[in-house]
Design a protein around this ligand. Structure first.
Ligand SMILES: Cc1cc2nc3c(=O)[nH]c(=O)nc-3n(C[C@H](O)[C@H](O)[C@H](O)COP(=O)(O)OP(=O)(O)OC[C@H]3O[C@@H](n4cnc5c(N)ncnc54)[C@H](O)[C@@H]3O)c2cc1C
Length: 475
């Protein structure tokens, strides 16, 4: 380590790693500093329950990872990353009858939607055909203007609706409506809010065009591959060092922060103008999450056996039930039947558990900083769709909103999305400034999921922020 770099990046989440890679590839000297003993941020794995059980501490399923225009261009396979693609992206079970399955084939997916098949096909097919052109524009800030303005405008017209509005006007049946609600509820917003339809369309598009894969060996492998590639480019990484004040850092022409506004305010101090500080103080955080990781004696015994074809299962059945769950969270309550996202990685990756054993990863949204124990509610939801599940649990590890924040300061109040995705913050984050990554200090940038395009393991925030820094001060 030296005492002077072209750039220092604080925080080794996927965006911090991405930013450092962009800078190192451009031939700049880079130091990446991480508070925890390991790199990864929201992309980590650990033995949270019993020896031999590998759990994804945060992210588990990576449609945005394989679709990311940035990550796809990196030689991550050479650095140990192998994506595993389940046949089915998402299973959405009901109390009775077969689940809806989001398959790679639009036709096969539509076939599970009965009378709504044609409506689904008609809406989703043009998006999937345009995916390669559309995605780079959608995973970017609204300005500079998109490369394919007509495609984005067409997507935008559909996307600006609420998920409830889109689901009820497009579909007649409960199955299609519930399925769409399950995809849209990743927004962590009431499904009556504008722009929540965008999440429904985005996640179905990703399922058809790219798949919803997991990383063999655990999500930590994604971070490890990024770190290994960064080192191969000459980038340096220092772990186990929490930055408390930017003045502690070695001198650098650019500092990029993989942090949300609250930590930026805390450590950047006097480097921020008063107006910009005020703007960051207005940044809004969203609800928290409550997560259960479980070691299981066998696979989850789904009533609808087809659920075992997907690594991701959305629990909540109907549009009304899922929207009630998301509304409750925003009214400071937890629904008796919360919308639960389940991942069952070990069905597709034997390295996750000892032979014959399995892992389960499940979480629901809860009010910001909630201290409630949502474990019984999550377990009851799984049991409802998979009777006998509880008897298989060998050990469990629960993470509360405070637990998330203790592991990673970015998860303020348990908000795992780097801030609310409510409009306008969905598009303009962390403030209304353009480019959003720049601060008034030409040497200081924000590159976390609190910038566009927001949450997810795609590295786009880091990639785009680093490009701005290169253009402005590292040319
Ligand atoms: C339970 C859960 C489930 C999720 N599921 C998925 C999923 O399935 N798929 C998906 O795509 N995304 C998922 N996500 C979201 C995804 O993990 C995040 O959007 C992503 O990790 C954000 O990346 P980031 O680089 O912006 O920040 P982070 O990943 O939060 O990384 C920030 C890093 O900065 C470090 N840091 C913080 N403060 C300091 C400091 N002062 N000094 C030094 N270092 C510091 C932190 O330790 C951390 O390593 C999930 C998240 C959670 C928590």
């Amino acid at each position: 380590m030296t005492d002077s770099y072209d750039a220092v990046v604080v925080g080794a989440g996927p965006n911090g790693l991405a930013a450092a890679i962009v800078l190192a590839r451009a031939g700049r000297s880079v130091l990446l500093i991480e508070a925890r003993p390991t790199v990864g941020g929201g992309t980590r794995s650990a033995e949270l329950t019993l020896p031999g059980f590998v759990h994804d501490v945060c992210s588990a399923i990576h449609p945005l990872g394989v679709a990311s225009p940035f990550l796809r261009g990196l030689p991550l396979a050479e650095h140990g990353l192998e994506w595993v693609f389940p046949e089915v992206a998402v299973a959405h079970p009901f109390d009775d009858g077969p689940p809806v399955l989001l398959e790679r084939s639009i036709e096969a997916t539509a076939a599970g939607l009965g009378g709504d098949a044609a409506a689904y096909r008609g809406r989703v097919s043009p998006l999937v055909e345009a995916a390669e052109r559309l995605l780079p524009d959608l995973l970017a800030p609204p300005w500079p203007p998109p490369r394919h303005p007509w495609l984005v405008a067409r997507f935008g017209l559909m996307a600006l609706r609420s998920a409830r509005g889109a689901a009820t006007s497009l579909f007649r049946g409960e199955r299609a409506r519930g399925f769409f609600a399950g995809l849209a509820a990743h927004a962590v917003l009431p499904l009556e809010s504008p722009f929540t339809a965008s999440f429904g369309y985005m996640f179905s598009l990703l399922g058809h065009a790219y798949g919803w894969p997991l990383a063999r060996g655990g999500s930590q492998k994604i971070a490890d591959a990024l770190a290994s590639y960064l080192r191969s480019l000459g980038g340096e990484i220092e772990t186990g060092r929490r930055v408390r004040d930017l003045r502690e850092l070695p001198s650098a022409r650019a500092v990029l922060l993989d942090l949300t506004p609250r930590q930026v305010l805390r450590i950047a101090g006097t480097r921020l103008s008063r107006g910009y500080r005020r703007a960051l103080e207005r940044f809004r955080y969203g609800p928290g999450s409550f997560k259960l990781d479980m070691a299981l004696a066998g696979p989850i015994p789904w009533k609808a056996g087809e659920c075992a074809r997907a690594a991701t299962v959305h629990l909540g059945a109907t549009l009304d039930e899922i929207s009630a769950s998301e509304r409750a969270v925003h009214a400071d309550a937890i629904s008796e039947r919360p919308y639960v996202i389940v991942a069952q990685q070990s069905l597709f990756d034997a390295s996750r558990a000892p032979q014959g054993r399995h892992t389960a990863w499940a979480y629901c949204h809860v009010p910001h900083a909630s201290t409630a124990d949502a474990a019984p509610l999550i377990e009851a939801q799984i049991e409802r769709f998979a009777p006998g599940f509880r008897d298989l649990v060998l050990a469990r590890s629960a993470t509360t909103p405070a637990g998330f924040e203790a592991r990673n300061e970015n998860y303020v109040g348990g908000d795992i999305a780097g801030g609310s995705a409510a409009f306008p913050q969905l598009l303009f984050r962390p403030t209304f400034r353009l480019p959003p990554y720049a601060t008034p200090d030409p040497g200081l940038y924000i590159c976390s999921s609190s910038t566009p395009p927001g949450a997810g393991v795609h590295g786009m925030c880091g990639h785009l922020a680093a490009r701005v820094a290169l253009r402005r001060v590292l040319a």
